[in-house]
Design a protein around this ligand. Structure first.
Ligand code: DGJ
Length: 776
């Protein structure tokens, strides 16, 4: 809701409020935090005397006022606000001095769409603040839309040239937010291929903190989601702000403490190299940014972000829609595809209970390795003589839907597409373009290239009953030059807008197809992509412990209903770490489950385990995919990880308990659960898992009556056919006990002695506990 009370504009959600008011020619930011009853005089910054070296903004009207002491919604340019600027532009004379003065604040009925950009769904009121700088003709408009249900405020900026000469934009953040005080910390999520989403926490009092991608995509280097928190904030206490962008290109978030008592947060498209000249009458829209606030730590902030993605970002049709369990060919066979191998994998997929079969890379044109073929999405008949329709109808008979991998934005030099259009890639003709994974970036600034992709993928989707598409993108941008652009500084933005046109048209024409966005795993996990594609392949790392870390990091800003999570092979293909099929499932279950390994290579016991896993997952799919998420133990703070997903009415929950690195001779502390009804009584039962006797190594001889070779044929045969089972555990307690005293689980194997019921939890092992409310 938006209201005006006591001269203050109030942009409010269920629990939060954003407050601003006019102050002479300026718009003062008064407060963003807990919702409150405004009081203009009490909330204003007191400024009655110029301090020290202050630059006075408007000496004729207010001889004491320096911008540096105020929170500001829009700062006049080069008028003494030396905090980082959200805007930079030059008028026709080359002047970058723009005394932006408030032209009014208006309540609009509904959100104003920004053409060509992804948008948050929902919101019924929008407030617009207008500021103009007369001689330049620049009009700056900032739009604010509250989303009451999830405590999020959507904000963006538009610049319009109302002058008579050109206006050159050089920086345009989606918003600026001045927070009180200087003692804030920035939490950002950094990484690289296969190690995405590592949380990094920095105090900002000492200097500016930056989260930035310059690689043309939102990137695994620095995700656009970030948090600003008070010192010492943790899961359940402290103030936390969250920021994210509906933008998939290069981006930048800055948090900088000012010289007085404010800290400025800004976020938007990457300013380095950006220019966009507006001719008279033209406008430029920033992408939408989202802001959220929690007075009770990271957990509440995550819940807001999760609700935002679930209810307001992913295409409406998929919000809350349960997703199928898939089997993907990539780590099962990489490029070594044949109909025979696919049929064999499909048979196993169907026998374990999978619902969707995804044919990954290698099915088209010359694509027998990553060196060739990209760009030519017509089926390779040598490999698949019966084509996609043949394969899909065989899958259908086995009860499996058909999904397909594509990577439309890129091209290999060795491809028919490149041979026909060598000039369609991003490249400066004066230099040799730099490849990555033997591929180049198609120039999506060009409409003809966009049209080609739309036509090509539409024809493909119409050629066979394809229910799911994995839309991949496997490189960062380089050689960013396009003959289509008269102004080179537009490239990153024009390219991303070109991509959005392609995605918009293809996804709108195929509403029934489930799209999963992928970019070498998590190189483009952002709200822009999520607006078109309700799922993302979070990381190419399928190692259970690494995934526990990556999913923990991602969960701060994104819900598990967004991320695909697969059971891979052991030893894992990225880390070479071994783990049990059960531990791999336990982690992958918290998300959109898939299997990406050669199922036929599993032992009979492992296949039985997989069948049981799928039964369990399907029974609790709603919880695993959409349950309210709690981080109970962080793998970034210890060698253990624990999560919990709770039903909206708190009647049921699943808990992951994982050991990354086992330590001998320790008592595991009670596991404090979250989100339950304190007055209700619950039963906790541990899912029984297959336990490979080889986990004991030579210790097995200390419990067996006869001596065996612990690496010998007998033990191997037992492991393949009749392994052991993990402990049986059931307990009952009130929600209040489980959340405060914690869940007391049986003793873990500690290095001295083993008795029935003891929990064997070596490195990289896990358990799932089911928590069910009991009828009174
Ligand atoms: C990168 C993706 O992240 C993988 O899952 C796989 O699809 C490969 N590309 C295929 O080339």
């Amino acid at each position: 809701m938006i209201r005006k009370a006591c001269g203050v504009w109030c942009i409010e959600t269920a629990r939060t409020g954003y407050y601003l008011a006019e102050r002479g020619p300026l718009v003062e930011h008064l407060h963003y935090g807990r919702r409150l009853e405004p009081d203009l005089e009490a909330m204003r910054a007191p400024v009655s005397v110029a301090m020290g070296t202050d630059v006075i903004h408007d000496p004729l009207n207010d001889p004491a006022l320096s911008l540096l002491h105020l929170g500001l919604e829009i700062s006049p340019l080069d008028k003494g606000d030396y905090r980082p600027g959200a805007l930079a532009m030059r008028d026709a004379r080359g002047s970058a001095v723009l005394d932006l003065r408030c032209e009014g604040i208006e309540l609009l009925g509904a959100p104003v769409p920004a053409a060509g950009l992804p948008q948050v769904r929902g919101g019924s009121d929008t407030l617009v603040v207008r500021a103009a700088a007369a001689p330049s003709g620049a009009l700056v408009e900032r739009f604010y839309t509250p989303l009451e249900d999830c405590d999020v405020i959507v904000v963006r900026t538009r610049v319009t040239n109302r002058g008579e000469g050109p206006l050159r934009l050089e920086r345009l953040f989606s918003y600026q937010l001045d927070l009180p005080g200087r003692e804030w910390e920035l939490v950002s999520f950094t990484g690289a291929w296969a190690r995405e989403f590592a949380p990094t926490r920095r105090p900002v009092e000492a200097g500016a903190a930056l989260v930035a991608s310059r690689s043309g995509v939102s990137s695994h280097y620095a995700n656009p989601f970030a948090m600003v928190c008070s010192r010492g904030a943790d899961e359940t206490s402290g103030e936390v702000y969250g920021t994210n962008l509906l933008w998939s290109g290069s981006h930048e978030t800055i948090l900088e403490a000012g010289p007085y008592s404010t800290t400025r947060l800004l976020s938007g498209i990457q300013a380095e190299g950006f220019t966009w000249t507006l001719e008279p009458g033209e406008s430029f829209d920033s992408p939408e940014a989202v802001l959220a606030y929690s007075a009770t730590g990271f957990e509440t902030l995550s819940h807001s972000m999760h609700a935002l993605v679930r209810e307001h970002i992913v295409p409406g049709r998929w919000a809350g829609a349960e997703r199928p369990v898939l089997v993907n060919t990539w780590e099962a066979m990489y490029f070594d595809l044949s109909e025979k191998r696919l049929d064999a994998l499909a048979r196993s997929a169907s026998s374990v209970g999978a619902e969707l079969f995804v044919l990954d890379d290698g099915w088209f044109g010359r694509r027998t390795s990553d060196e060739r073929g990209l760009g030519d999405f017509s089926v390779n008949r040598k490999r698949l003589p019966s084509g996609l329709t043949g394969l899909s109808s065989r899958l259908k008979k086995r009860g499996l839907d058909f999904g397909l991998w594509v990577e439309p934005e890129m091209v290999n030099r060795d491809s028919a597409l490149f041979e026909a259009h060598p000039d369609w890639i991003l490249a400066d003709p004066a230099t040799v373009p730099s490849p990555s994974r033997h591929q180049f970036v198609l120039d999506l600034c060009r409409e003809e290239v966009q049209d080609h992709l739309i036509g090509q993928i539409t024809a493909l989707l119409d050629s066979a009953p394809i229910r799911y598409v994995k839309w991949d993108m496997n490189r960062h941008h380089s050689d960013r030059f396009s003959p289509a652009l008269a102004e080179p500084g537009r490239l990153d933005v024009a390219w991303t807008r070109g991509l959005y046109r392609v995605l918009r048209e293809i996804t709108a024409a195929h509403p029934g197809v489930l799209f999963e966005s992928c970019a070498s795993g998590g190189n483009r996990v952002d709200l822009g992509m999520a607006s078109y594609m309700p799922q993302v392949w979070l990381s190419d790392d399928t190692d259970a412990w690494e995934r526990a870390r990556i999913q923990t990091g991602a969960s701060y800003g994104y819900p598990q209903s967004l991320w695909g999570s697969h059971v891979g092979a052991s030893p894992n293909h990225q880390t070479l770490r071994s783990s049990s099929i059960e531990a791999r499932f336990d982690v992958a279950a918290f998300g959109l489950l898939g299997y990406e390994l050669d199922l036929d290579g599993l032992s009979p016991a492992e296949l039985r385990a997989v069948r049981a896993q799928l039964r369990f997952y399907k029974e609790h799919r709603g919880l695993f995919q959409f349950g309210r998420w709690y981080r109970l133990r962080s793998p970034f703070e210890s060698d253990e990880c624990a999560w919990m997903a709770v039903a909206p009415d708190s009647t049921e929950a699943v808990v992951l308990e994982m050991v990354g690195r086992a330590v001998a001779n320790v008592d595991a502390p009670p596991l404090r659960l979250r989100g339950l009804d304190p007055r209700a009584r619950y039963r906790v039962s541990t899912r029984r898992e297959m336990l490979d006797p080889r986990v004991f190594g030579s210790l097995i001889n200390t419990v067996l009556p006869v001596r065996v070779d612990h690496e010998g044929a007998l033990v191997r045969a037992v492991a393949r056919h009749r392994p052991m089972t993990t402990e049986a555990f059931e307990a009952e307690a009130s929600g209040s006990v489980l959340m405060n005293a914690g869940l007391r689980l049986p003793q873990r194997f500690a290095g001295t002695g083993f008795v029935e019921g003891m929990r064997v939890m070596p490195d990289c092992s896990a358990r799932l506990h089911l928590v069910t409310k009991l009828a009174r």
